[in-house]
Design a protein around this ligand. Structure first.
Ligand SMILES: C[S@@+](CC[C@H](N)C(=O)[O-])C[C@H]1O[C@@H](n2cnc3c(N)ncnc32)[C@H](O)[C@@H]1O
Length: 219
């Protein structure tokens, strides 16, 4: 089962996704798992999102708000909403967030309550593998819907080790969803959801990122 059971508590009302309800344990785990690189990696992700001062930004599956807070620094006079099904994890996010341009709300990726075209940037990190595979395309369709034309998508996902010893270790620690995360399907899935300019790369130690743009911006 791995250490995941210390942080997760499914079933959760409102989603089939695997929610995190023990934010304190999650952050300790994240610090150890990223081996001192968590801050640097997440700052890089925030920059890769293409967010700019004044932007309206949505961070889906924000957990304890680690990426949300780094996006809020860039957004400056803009605003960031961190969304997660787990009210418990959002309580920790609020406690850790002094920034006044950053708010948190309960919600699910597969059915966002936000209006069409209402964000400049939609980000998510380590969230998609928490959804059952059949919900992932639905979540991407929702991300596209709430982005304005020309708005930018950032996905950060866990990149499993390529060797079997490493994969077994990750599976023993975290469970199969991370160890066998099908990251090669991310780019095709994003294109199929109707995004353009799809780009990807790796960040050490564990992240594959994908960026893309919602078509339709007028000059
Ligand atoms: C591994 S954590 C990542 C948290 C944060 N983004 C980070 O990088 O530290 C995955 C998060 O996805 C959330 N999640 C699970 N099901 C979800 C859903 N259906 N919609 C949005 N988020 C979901 C979990 O509650 C959890 O907080």
């Amino acid at each position: 089962m791995g250490l995941g059971h210390l942080m997760h508590s499914n079933p959760h009302p409102g989603t089939e996704g695997l929610t995190i309800d023990h934010g304190g344990s999650y952050d300790v785990f994240g610090a150890v798992f990223f081996g001192g690189r968590r801050n640097r990696t997440y700052r890089r992700l925030a920059a890769l999102s293409g967010a700019k001062p004044g932007d309206r930004i949505l961070d889906i599956g924000c957990g304890t708000g680690y990426l949300t807070r780094r996006l809020a620094e860039i957004a400056d006079s803009g605003s960031v909403v961190g969304l997660d099904p787990s009210a418990a994890v959002l309580e920790r996010a609020r406690k850790l967030t002094p920034a006044t341009n950053c708010t948190y709300t309960v919600g699910v990726a597969e059915s966002l309550s936000a209006a069409d075209d209402s964000f400049d940037v939609v980000a998510n990190c380590l969230m998609l593998h928490h959804l059952p595979e059949d919900l992932r395309p639905r979540a991407l369709a929702e991300m596209r819907r709430v982005l304005r034309p020309g708005g930018r998508l950032l996905i950060g996902e866990f990149r499993p080790p390529t060797n079997s010893v490493g994969r077994h270790l990750v599976e023993a620690i975290t469970g199969p969803a991370m160890a066998h995360n099908p990251i090669d399907l991310l780019e095709p899935m994003v294109s199929k959801a109707g995004f353009e300019g799809v780009n990807s790369g790796d960040l050490r130690p564990w992240i594959r990122y994908v960026t893309a743009v919602k078509p339709g911006a007028t000059a």
